[in-house]
Design a protein around this ligand. Structure first.
Ligand code: NCD
Length: 308
């Protein structure tokens, strides 16, 4: 399969064949990601990271991936240090970075910004998160983690316990799961349940899912428990966000009801929903998950740059 030049803007419409291929390629980069092997296949290639929003994992794992493969990185983590501050448009900014680099990763607080970026340059554009819309590379690394740790994705029961309404991670992950034989349980207090738009799409895709308010009803069935913080910056009313705080969490007593080989995942940053008290349990796999972001991003960079 040739993914040279491909933009990775959304998981909606990605085929199972494409996803499986990316995950297969990812497994070949684990040793390089861990610094145990050398594969300098991106020498002379330049990545531009355009981060209009804060990031720890996404930006630095892309940087680590690019540099360990022999490539280089330019970019910014604060647009105020660029001519965006003077009023330059997103489209022009991307056009310029397209002249200075071979591949672009963008994170931006407006929905659709990654698509605008992709239309503004011939260079491949990878969406590192646009508003509450999409975060495709997170979803792909989550699938990789699940396949790697559970040996399969098909046949699993996955419980997503999160602020579904405001989470781009949950959106991208749900669409990606739709390619597999997975039962999804969306657990959340009603105000944080899935957006109508995503739910409509899941129905169209024939996804097997159920919405629930109480984690107690499904915990014993879960193969994967995926949790995610309340996205307080995306609430119109910050007081509402405060009210939702503490409405769900992975506690030690909850884990007592889980199957012994269940895994707990979290895209990070984790807050109260994923307390440090569970870190030492065998369920906690979120730090491994963060590591798998590097081989996954190595695979994507190599594929879209035609160097794999
Ligand atoms: C997520 C994001 O930015 O959407 N972070 C990440 O990339 N791992 C999750 C979040 O901000 O809560």
């Amino acid at each position: 399969m040739d993914l040279t030049g491909r933009d990775i803007v959304t998981t909606k419409g990605m085929t199972r064949e494409e996803i499986d291929y990316v995950l297969d390629v990812t497994s070949e980069f684990e040793d390089v990601a861990a610094g145990k092997a050398d594969k300098r296949i991106l020498e002379s290639k330049m990545l531009a990271t355009l981060f209009f929003e804060p990031s720890t994992r996404t930006r630095f794992s892309f940087e680590s991936a690019m540099k360990r493969l022999g490539g280089d990185v330019i970019g910014f983590a604060n647009p105020d240090v660029t001519s965006v501050w003077k009023g330059e448009s997103l489209s022009d900014t991307v056009k310029i970075f397209g002249k200075y680099s071979d591949v672009i990763v963008i994170r931006h607080p407006e929905r659709g910004s990654a698509e605008v970026a992709a239309e503004s340059t011939d260079k491949p554009v990878i969406n590192g998160g646009d508003d509450a819309h999409q975060h495709p590379t997170q979803a792909l690394l989550d699938l990789y983690t699940i396949r790697r740790l559970k040996g399969t994705i098909d046949g699993l029961s996955v419980v997503l316990m999160a602020d579904h309404k405001h989470s781009r991670v949950i959106n991208s992950l749900s669409y990606a799961f739709s390619n597999y034989d997975v039962k999804i349980y969306f657990v959340a207090p009603e105000p944080l349940q899935l957006s109508e738009e995503v739910e409509r799409d899941l129905i169209k895709m024939g996804t097997s899912y159920k919405k629930l308010a109480d984690i107690g009803d499904v915990i014993s069935e879960a193969d994967v428990l995926y949790t995610h913080r309340i996205q307080k910056e995306r609430f119109g009313d910050r007081e509402e966000a405060e009210k939702m705080k503490g409405k769900y969490a992975v506690t030690l007593s909850l884990l007592e009801e889980a199957q012994e080989d269940m895994i707990v995942l979290h895209p990070g940053p984790r807050l109260d929903e994923c307390p440090t008290s569970i870190d030492d349990t065998p369920f906690a796999k979120y730090f491994d998950q963060a590591f798998y972001g590097i081989p996954l991003r190595m695979a994507l960079l190599s594929l879209v740059l035609g160097r794999y």
